[in-house]
Every structure is written in structure tokens, then in C-alpha cells.
Design a protein around this ligand. Structure first.
Ligand code: BGP
Length: 480
């Protein structure tokens, strides 16, 4: 047996992309709720003032809020050992700054957790997954302000206390290193420089000083959350979550190699170095100096970071890219993580370059660096699915993608990596984070909901459903 006996097979979603019910039971507006639908090549829009007549996919999403029992039953049928989902901060604290949590929100997630536990499914909960209360953006421009740490801690205390003994695994911030890129400002950090005008999501005005200061506040908040979780429930484990943006030098030109090293440091290692090692890495000093970024720290912050390192590291992995100093090389189309295309790899319909071996490579790199358990909490192929005349959906392309990535996880485990589990992204179709569309589907379960707002939300199993069920039943031995 290659994977551990208690390997956490499952799937992952995020509240803003699947729940809908955007104003029900006291829920406030989150930063995702102000983003319209878009599509590949046509950026979704950020509308700080909500617009009549625009399509906002998070309002109904796939209606998981009302259908979670049906959905979790399907996950259980596949044999899930674990369900990664997020709590929508605005269901617990609608504007983010209330003194008391919203009971209806707490109750909802209690029901979701209980439903998982009924089937023996471990809940793995992301505390903040692109759902910063928009009220806090308006109040203090979100993570730019230090006061966010207290708002976040109130939220953490409310959920850690309420779900004590039921939830063993928590993740602090989804893809925290998105904050090192311009596109991460709003979704990941709730930072919005222009709070009056509509702007395209892919070209929002950027302010690196704010983003990196925001990250500092998030690091402190994450470290405090780790300590608080352990204090409230010593048995629980808290992980960080990063986007694993595997990158290679395009050539062996030493300049390409150095450029790639720098890319890796800022994108892939900076946040995890802080969260896993408990201190800022020295290479950031030069970066900050050259970019004119000054991080304001308070006395005691360094000690908090040291004391609040994570128990495990989790990450999303979809693709890889290359770095080069050659200005003639084209930017990868649709590849939101930047870099240039790798001539040895093929891309998905959304321009994401598919690289299963990059997963093995990165698992090894990350494990060598941090020596703590790792978990792949997102991976998958966003694709257009077709319902055949007989009602079936034959997503062999998705099966191939997942199979190849699982094979490479096996190789990494044989290499010596301590791997806790695997929760492929969008185990049920949901709204895309980068493009805001339904057409980019990841699920084992198809949802009848379309970008023109039609569809009755009914669920139907794809071919990959039975395939993944067999994978789980055999603990990854049978991948055919
Ligand atoms: C990650 C996010 C998810 C998810 C996924 C797929 O960045 O954590 O929220 O959406 O990527 O990306 P997309 O939805 O853009 O295809």
C-alpha cells in the first residue's frame, strides 16, 4: 500500500463559489459578492456599487446552501474520507465588526459538519477563502489595517469554540500567497484601492505596499489563530494553504535560473517560510528595499510568528510555468500565475499548462524544505463537459488528468514525502474563481446551471464519479 491507511481522500469547495443564498439568514456581503460573472478572455468586473442587471454568480452559485445534504450524500457515496469546505465569514459576522456572531450562520455550519460526521467524513475547514466581509473593506480597506487581526480573531474564536471536538483540521487563509500578486488584492485580502468605480478584476489598480502590509497582518492573524485553535481544542491541527505555482527556468541560461529562483522565493516560498518556519526569510529584505516596500511591524510580532507555526502545509496545484529573461517569449495565455509556456507541456482549454510531474517535484521540494506533513487540497481540470443524448457525461479527460496526478503523488510518497490527503477541487461543479463562470467545470458531479442564469441546479454523476469511487475504495491502488 503506497498511501497511508488513513489517507484523507475527498474533495474541496469554497462557500462563495458554491453556496448561493447570498443574503439569507442574515448573511452580509463579501468581496466575492461584488464580482460579476465573466469568461475566458473577458474579465469579470469588480463593482463596489452593485449594478442592476449584471449577473453575479455567487448570489445563487450552485445552491449548496440548501442542497448540502444531497451533495454530502453523493460525496459519501464516492467514499469521501474528508470534505474541504469554507465557512463564509459573512454568515458569522455579516459586516465583520459585530460584537456577537450570527447564530443562524453558526447553526448552518454545525449542520454541515454534523452531516459530514454522520458519514464518517472529516471536515477540513478553510477559515477564509475569498470571502472577506465587504463591510471591512469599506471600513478599513481590510487587511491593510491592523485592526483586521482582531476581527479575524473574533471570528476564529466563535467558530473554534462552537465546533470544538468536531473539527480536527483547519486551514487559515486560502492561497495566502495570492497576496504577492496584483490579482490577489481583492479576493484574497479584501483590499480595494478604488471603492467607487467598476474595474476589471484582471487589471485592478495595484498597490504592492498595501498587499505586503496586508500579508504581514495575515501572517500575524494566522499565527495567533494556530495558537488559539490549539488552546481551545488541543487535538486539532491547523495548516496554511498556498497556491503551489511550480516554476522552471525556461533555459539553462544562468539568468533564467536566477530569475526562476527569485520567482520561486516570492511566489512559492515567502508566505510558507513565514508560516512554517516562523520568521521572515532574509531574501525579502532586498526585495522590499528595491520595491520601496516598508513593512510596519509591532513589538511582539516576531514572537507571535515564531509561536504560531502551522502543523501541516496544504496547497493547490493545477499547472506549472517557466521563467525567462528573454523578452521575445510570449506570456502564457490565460495563465494567471504568470511566466511563459513550457514547450514540453500541453495546456487546458483555459490555458493552464498541465504538468503532473511538477506535482511530484513540488511535493519533494516543499517536504525537503519544511519537513512537516503536506496535503494537496486542490487539484483538477477545469473543462467544458457535454451531456450526451443518453444523459451521460464522459469526462475521460478529467479522469486522465487526475490519474496522472495521483500517480505522481504516489511517486512522491515513495520518494519519502509525508502526504496526508488529497481533495480535488470542485468535487461538484461550481463557479470559477478567476473567471466567474459556470462553464469551467471541475466536478465528479455535474450541476445544471449555466452562465446565462438558466438551469434548475439538478445534480448528475459524471463518468469520473464511479472512477474516483473506485480509487478511494482501493486507496489509490486501482487507477484504471
Ligand atoms: C484556486 C482557488 C479556488 C478555485 C481554483 C480553480 O485558485 O482556491 O477557489 O476556484 O483555484 O480556479 P478557477 O476557479 O479560476 O478555475
Amino acid at each position: 500500500m503506497i498511501f497511508k491507511k488513513d489517507f484523507l481522500w475527498g474533495g474541496a469547495t469554497a462557500a462563495n463559489q458554491c453556496e448561493g443564498a447570498w443574503r439569507e439568514d442574515g448573511k452580509g456581503i463579501s468581496c466575492s459578492d461584488i464580482c460579476t460573472g465573466g469568461k475566458f478572455g473577458q474579465s469579470k468586473l469588480i463593482t463596489p456599487v452593485l449594478q442592476e442587471g449584471m449577473f453575479y454568480p455567487s448570489r445563487e452559485a450552485i445552491d449548496h446552501y440548501h442542497r448540502f445534504r444531497e451533495d454530502i450524500a453523493l460525496f459519501a457515496e464516492m467514499g469521501f474520507k474528508c470534505y474541504r469546505f469554507s465557512i463564509n465569514w459573512t454568515r458569522i459576522f455579516p459586516n465583520g465588526d459585530e460584537a456577537e456572531p450570527n447564530e443562524a450562520g453558526l447553526k448552518h455550519y454545525e449542520e454541515v459538519i454534523d452531516e459530514c460526521l454522520k458519514y464518517g467524513i472529516e471536515p477540513l475547514i478553510t477559515i477564509s477563502h475569498y470571502e472577506v466581509p465587504f463591510g471591512l473593506t469599506k471600513k478599513c480597506n481590510s487587511w491593510v489595517s491592523r485592526e483586521m487581526i482582531d476581527y479575524f480573531m473574533n471570528y476564529c474564536r466563535a467558530i473554534f469554540t462552537r465546533y470544538k471536538g468536531k473539527v480536527k483540521y483547519w486551514l487559515t487563509f486560502n492561497e495566502i500567497n495570492c497576496g504577492t500578486t496584483a490579482t490577489g488584492a481583492l479576493l484574497s485580502q479584501g483590499i480595494l484601492s478604488d471603492q467607487e468605480n467598476t474595474t476589471p478584476f484582471m487589471s485592478q489598480p495595484d498597490n504592492p505596499q498595501q498587499r505586503f502590509q496586508g500579508l504581514h497582518h495575515q501572517f500575524v492573524a494566522s499565527a495567533k489563530a494556530v495558537q488559539l485553535a490549539h488552546e481551545i481544542d488541543p487535538k486539532c491541527k491547523v495548516g496554511n494553504m498556498m497556491i503551489c505555482s511550480t516554476s522552471y527556468p525556461l533555459t539553462c541560461n544562468p539568468d533564467d535560473v536566477l530569475k526562476n529562483q527569485q520567482y520561486n522565493r516570492i511566489m512559492n516560498y515567502f508566505c510558507s517560510d513565514v508560516q512554517c518556519r516562523g520568521a521572515y526569510p532574509t531574501y525579502m529584505n532586498r526585495y522590499f528595499a528595491e520595491k520601496g516596500i516598508a513593512i510596519e511591524k509591532q513589538p511582539g510580532d516576531d514572537e507571535i510568528l515564531k509561536a504560531g507555526t502551522v502543523d501541516f502545509l496544504s496547497f493547490s496545484y493545477y499547472m506549472s510555468s517557466c521563467q525567462t529573461v528573454d523578452p521575445d517569449k510570449q506570456k502564457g495565455e490565460g495563465n494567471i500565475i504568470g511566466g511563459v509556456p513550457n514547450p514540453y507541456l500541453k495546456a487546458s482549454d483555459w490555458g493552464w499548462q498541465i504538468d503532473p510531474k511538477g506535482l511530484r517535484y513540488s511535493l519533494n521540494e516543499l517536504y525537503d524544505r519544511y519537513k512537516i506533513p503536506l496535503m494537496v487540497v486542490e487539484n483538477g481540470l477545469g473543462a467544458k463537459d457535454v451531456i450526451e443524448d443518453d444523459g451521460t457525461i464522459n469526462d475521460d479527460y478529467r479522469i486522465d488528468y487526475l490519474r496522472q496526478h495521483i500517480q505522481q503523488m504516489e511517486e512522491a510518497v515513495k520518494d519519502g514525502v509525508d502526504l496526508m490527503g488529497y481533495t480535488p477541487w470542485g468535487c461538484i461543479d461550481l463557479v470559477s474563481a478567476s473567471t466567474g463562470e459556470y462553464a469551467k467545470r471541475y466536478g465528479f458531479i455535474y450541476v445544471e446551471r449555466y452562465d446565462d442564469g438558466t438551469g434548475d441546479f439538478s445534480r448528475r454523476k459524471k463518468k469520473s464519479f464511479d472512477w474516483y469511487k473506485k480509487v478511494i475504495a482501493t486507496n489509490g491502488e486501482d487507477l484504471d
